[in-house]
Design a protein around this ligand. Structure first.
Ligand code: ZN
Length: 262
């Protein structure tokens, strides 16, 4: 069946003398692999459309129960040229791509994830600073799309709103529940003041970090360029999201690209 779909190129590998095997995240089918015959020959008809991070329109012969489909045509819609001009921007874009590659399975359709991926690359493409902010926003929105949204609005035990100005400067985040607790509900010995709940390991988060996480979760992506936070807050966000993703995506490897953020 000849199929046409919008894609983001996740990975591109040389194959034999003149071909390439390319992994795409597609709008219609989720992640899938294709072979581009002649993509490395003199008469390469694909141009640069098969380079990682390219947004393109793909036409392929899709066969049921095949792991690799035959690529008929691929035309770049946007190659995000600014990524190759700035190492930090490139690193952030790679972290996003790598994460999608790791957490998705072949041919599981998720158009919302495709949209998030494209929007994030677009925001990174035009932003001028704090690239890691977009990676954090992508991470928290990704887990949300997979059904693991953390509740950052109300205490996970007493349900009282977690609001600024109540005098609390620090809260407790419980990774396993994706919940934040007020100080009344968390005992000093790190167990939870809820009948029947055994002690659990908490991560402390400051009120500042809680506010930032909320914006990362809900704010318009284009507005995140104005989000200022201290290095300490950045480290805490990085750590919480890393633990949270690892908890929900078993076997998630440390993303090579994120090591450059610090
Ligand atoms: Zn509480």
């Amino acid at each position: 069946m000849l199929s046409k779909t919008e894609v983001i190129v996740l990975k591109s590998m040389k194959y034999r003398d003149t071909s390439k095997i390319v992994t795409f995240y597609t709008k219609e089918y989720g992640k899938l692999k294709g072979i581009a015959k002649g993509a490395r020959s003199a008469k390469n008809k694909f141009g640069s459309s098969l380079e990682p991070m390219t947004h393109a329109m793909l036409v392929l012969y899709k066969k049921e129960h095949r792991e690799i489909h035959l690529i008929s045509q691929c035309d770049a819609l946007c190659s995000f040229k600014s990524f190759s001009e700035d190492f930090d921007r490139m690193t952030a874009a790679l972290a996003v791509i790598e994460l999608v590659h790791q957490v998705t399975h072949d041919e599981e359709r998720n158009p919302a994830l495709f949209a998030l991926l494209l929007d994030t690359l677009g925001a990174l493409h035009t932003s001028v600073k704090k690239y890691s902010t977009y990676v954090y926003a992508f991470q928290i929105r990704l887990v949300t799309l997979f059904g693991y949204a953390p509740n950052l609005e109300t205490c996970g035990a007493c349900a009282s709103p977690l609001v600024a100005g109540t005098g609390e400067t620090e809260y407790s985040f419980l990774i396993a529940r994706g919940a934040v607790y007020c100080n009344r509900c968390r005992k000093p010995d790190s167990s939870l003041n809820v009948p029947g709940d055994p002690g659990s390991t908490f991560t402390s988060i400051t009120a500042e970090v809680l506010q930032i996480l909320r914006r990362l979760q809900h704010a318009n992506l284009d507005s995140l360029g104005n989000l200022e936070f201290s290095r300490h807050a950045g480290n805490q966000i990085d750590e919480i999201l890393r633990l949270y993703l690892r908890y929900h995506f078993e076997g998630l490897k440390t993303l090579k690209s994120t090591e450059y953020f610090h």
